[in-house]
Design a protein around this ligand. Sequence first.
Ligand code: IFM
Length: 458
Amino acid sequence: MPRSFPPEFVFGAATAAFQIEGAAAEHGRGPSIWDTLCARPGAILDGSDGSVACDHYHRWEHDLDLLAGLGLRAYRFSIAWPRIKPQGNGEVEERGLAFYDRLVDGMLERGIEPFATLYHWDLPQALEDKGGWRNRDTAFRFAEYAAVVQHRLGDRVRTWTTLNEPWCSAFLGHASGEHAPGMTDPVAAITAAHHLLLGHGLAAEALHGGRRPASVGIVPNLYRVTPASDSPADLDAARRLDGVQNRWYLDAVLLGSYPADIVEDYAPLTDLSFVQDGDLDTISARLDWLGINYYSSFLARGLDAPRVPAPRERPTPWVGCEDVETVPNGRPVTHMGWDIEPSGLTDILVRLATDYPSLPLYVTENGSAWDDVVTDGAVHDPERVAYLEAHLAACLDAIDRGVDLRGYFAWSLLDNFEWAWGYSRRFGLVRVDYDSQERIPKDSAHRYAEIVRSRSLG
Ligand code: IFM
């Protein structure tokens, strides 16, 4: 029997502004922290930047046609804060808002529901100059920006994500230095994580308080973490990795507290004095749904001593886990080197439904990079097809086990700027030729369209 998705299950695809838009200097857009990082020699693997990317800013109609052509009825996109508030202050750039106005209208005309993300990592550089997410004030500026966007688009956009993957913004941005703003200061990372979450809470409050109904979610990147053995060292390694990667965000947002064991682990570094009275109430106020970005799982092993990074190796982003390593699961890896582990997605969904019940869930990102080649105008990507099918099957497994899973968004609609990896890693269902800007739907796009049409994995 083919396995079917519930009739109301939403199928979509996701992108992010900096990764696809280009038009970096157009219509008053201000610089973001990623423009600054890209200009730093050695920061981006292929020396590239986001100035043109997929040129989506000019080709958005065609890109929406591609989405509609695949039969997708939902699009998870992000809004570039530096287009709306180029200086990060009170000044609003009308031309930036007008772009998203047109984009949202374009979706609705094609029967595509907009899922808007307010922060997918492109902080206005002007705010970074004032301390970025290390500065509590940025959380308040974020809420103001959220209110401006909702005022303009809220008559057509109902579903909002505040933050995409706050762990990445905080820890890849401030501890390992791989992401913007490229810092390597563990305390800055923990501080930034709190201010990001405070920004989430304040923005959610602003969105819920607006004149239009708003359904607000946050999107952490979650991993199943399993100890490599049942030795005490491996069990403790798994506890800590799970704590800093998963529970720090889930507990804050859903329980209104930071996990006590990790607070204790962090104690030698910081007493968290930047957490003010009432912050966790703000952070854990009403949440309408939770998004899960899922790519891989971790097998955690505890080491006898902290790993000393090799020369030129970045420090670990997992602050408090310097004596933890992740070991391969022995199965194939994607072009990112990430273990493929579909059962981890089912386990995470079931865990969320158990530990934090009554919360609608979406898989807001899932996908894989492969070293695609074009053959006679086509891209045959059997590995991406298999990855997609296996993870959709994992979603069905979770639904069978009673999880309230409402939808799935493939990452990504298009090949795009993969952050520190530049254009060297391709996640798209649709190939982008960065010279000609030609788009070619890959075999995985055709397979996804078939699944969406039949609503089954038959
Ligand atoms: O490209 C990123 C995206 O911006 C956030 N989630 C993970 C993707 C793949 O690394």
